[in-house]
Design a protein around this ligand. Structure first.
Ligand SMILES: Nc1ncnc2c1ncn2[C@@H]1O[C@H](COP(=O)(O)OP(=O)(O)OP(=O)(O)O)[C@@H](O)[C@H]1O
Ligand SMILES: [Mg+2]
Length: 243
């Protein structure tokens, strides 16, 4: 089992889009039993997989160990791919986790879920705190989407420092230039400054995920965006194989 965390302290950088698409790649390309675990109250990950939210508010209770996660897990319309959804109750877990003093609660839940899943992809909220610190302790690899800018490397260093401060030993951290538009000179400069970083192009197919409510690979296979998500997934699997 491996936990893949999609994390950044910045909002709107493509975390949820990346999480839903990578989870789909894991389930469909690698044929792995995959769980997409949404820890952001905004609930975008489930939305992108076409799942309607439940009225029940139990996501926080799962973290508090008051509810069995199996009771919440939903099947998606895609083979091998399930969702552990979020809801408003998850907003309270930050305080709960701090009060409980159980530094490995999310890691232990992930280990429990690992009995049924080979890959767990976590969509994190853009927040620095106890929840993200716990996710770093649970993760086997951390994917950090970065907007292409002259500050990308600096932004990556900040997140990497955060991961290292919260997990010992810390998991490998993989920067990804997200929403790259090579027609823009600053994007091109960011790409040239970091030629080894994987790239997700700015594309209407990726944007359309929120309209189609499907991952790109499902409704627009063969597009550059679908290929980029698949390439990134392969790079992640390669990293995991080195563990
Ligand atoms: N590769 C891409 N090309 C074009 N648009 C994209 C791409 N990736 C994401 N987007 C769009 O950018 C917006 C933000 O993406 P997303 O919700 O995935 O970011 P996020 O980091 O999860 O945001 P938040 O921090 O609010 O949770 C969305 O409108 C999404 O459709
Ligand atoms: Mg998000």
């Amino acid at each position: 089992m491996a936990v893949i965390a999609i994390y950044s302290v910045k909002g709107g950088v493509g975390k949820t889009t990346l999480a839903a698409n990578l989870a789909w790649c894991s389930a469909t390309i690698s044929c792995r039993r995959t769980l997409l675990w949404d820890l952001d109250a905004a609930g975008g990950a489930g939305f992108l997989l076409g799942i309607e939210p439940h009225a029940r508010r139990s996501a926080g209770a799962v973290i508090a160990k008051a509810t069995d996660p199996a009771r919440l897990i939903r099947k998606t319309g895609f083979a091998n791919l399930d969702l552990l959804p979020t809801d408003e109750s998850i907003r309270a877990i930050e305080a709960q986790l701090t009060t409980l003093g159980k530094r490995k609660r999310i890691a232990k839940l992930a280990a429990q879920l690992g009995k049924d899943y080979e890959r767990i992809v976590i969509d994190c909220p853009p927040v620095l705190g106890e929840t993200s610190a716990q996710v770093m302790r649970a993760a086997d690899v951390v994917i950090v989407p970065l907007p292409p800018s002259p500050l990308s490397a600096r932004a990556f260093d900040l997140v990497a420092r955060e991961v290292k401060a919260n997990a010992d030993p810390h998991p490998p951290i993989l920067p990804v230039l997200s929403m790259l538009d090579l027609r823009r000179s600053l994007h091109k400069a960011a790409r040239d400054a970091n030629p080894d970083w994987p790239v997700i192009p700015y594309s209407s197919a990726a944007e359309q995920c929120a309209v189609q409510r499907q991952p790109v690979g499902a409704f627009a296979p063969g597009t550059p965006a679908a290929q980029a998500f698949a390439r990134l997934w392969t790079a992640i699997e390669r990293k995991l194989a080195k563990r």
